[in-house]
Design a binder for this molecule. Structure first.
Ligand code: ZN
Length: 322
């Protein structure tokens, strides 16, 4: 299997006896898991630990709304023990593919199992839920459970390990949620407006009492019209909003048009920072983990909008100026 790593490799002479005595349980045969987004892949890593080898299809800066599976993605998924996707119509272009794949292998949409009463709708998004549930760690906690359940389905012998790891990770999410609430509550009431490139922050707004506005809607698949931009310029000017935010997975073209439009009316707006909306930071960095991604967003937003948050975030691990 492509990403299973045999710990003894070619040196496994002596066979099963040595293996049984010295090998950690299951390590010689890691579960091969493919996840669509980095957020899901990181969660699999947290819950699966050494028992899994996970590959994310979408790397840093990749927009999931328009993503289509590549030839090598298809090969990876056909070889995997388990494929996890987000669902809630996030991977809009891959829905048919997953329906097909689920007939031949184990495929789970991990966010599809969240309680419906906790999901948000949107005026421009009739009949569907807002998929950006990772923006609220207390909601992501439910995805951690779904990941643990999916891993347990394909490797029931490891149920206890998965459950223990999931509990530990959920504890971290709780600490992150507490930091987020405390930090964002320091943003003055009149500054609690988050304007971004697309509507990815609905759950953030609900959790931390911010008004959120996106230039594009819930999905980046629909283009923003000129009238939308001119309406938002009016809002910036009339409400004296001074900072807007760009996103790593969406072009900053519309945000720049907005800033120029406001400037033309004598209202100065700055870019408050770059947020990780639909993809995490670079692999191997703190921002390239779920905890780091959210810490970065919370800390960046709080600092740009007048709160006194630590420059390096909750754990002192954010890269300077991030
Ligand atoms: Zn999005």
């Amino acid at each position: 299997m492509k990403f299973s790593r045999r710990i003894f490799g070619a040196g496994m002479i002596g066979g099963a006896f040595a293996f049984a005595l010295t090998a950690p349980a299951f390590a010689a045969d890691r579960l091969a898991v493919v996840a669509t987004t980095g957020m899901i892949a990181d969660t699999v890593r947290q819950v699966g630990g050494d028992l899994v080898e996970v590959q994310a299809l979408m790397g840093p800066g990749v927009d999931p709304h328009g993503y289509r599976q590549t030839r090598s993605d298809i090969v990876a998924m056909s070889r995997a023990d388990l494929t996890l996707w987000h669902g809630l119509y996030l991977e809009a272009q891959m829905e048919d593919f997953f329906a097909d794949l689920s007939r031949k292998s184990t495929v789970v949409a991990v966010a599809d199992e969240l309680p419906r009463e906790r999901l948000l709708g949107h005026a421009d998004y009739e009949g569907r839920f807002d998929p950006h549930v990772w923006m609220d760690p207390t909601l992501w906690s439910g995805v951690v459970d779904a990941v643990a359940e999916a891993l347990t389905t394909v490797r029931p012998e490891a149920a206890e390990a998965f459950a223990a790891n999931a509990a530990t990770f959920k504890g971290e999410l709780e600490a992150l949620a507490t930091y987020s609430t405390e930090t964002l509550s320091q943003v003055p009431a009149e500054q609690r407006v988050l304007l971004t490139a697309h509507d990815a922050f609905g759950y953030f707004g609900k959790a931390y009492d911010f008004e959120v506005m996106g230039i594009q809607g819930i999905s980046t698949e629909s283009e923003a019209g000129l009238s939308r931009i001119s309406d938002l310029v009016d809002t910036l000017v009339s409400r004296d909003i001074r900072a807007v935010f760009v996103e790593t997975s969406v072009s900053d073209r519309n945000i720049r048009a907005l800033i120029e439009g406001a400037a033309a009316r004598g209202h100065e707006v700055v870019i408050g920072g770059e947020l990780f909306s639909d993809a995490m930071g670079s692999e191997g960095t703190y921002e390239g983990t779920y905890l780091g991604m959210i810490d970065h967003n919370v800390t960046t937003i709080a600092r740009a909008l007048g709160a006194d948050a630590p420059e390096k975030g909750r754990l002192g691990q954010l890269s300077a100026g991030s």
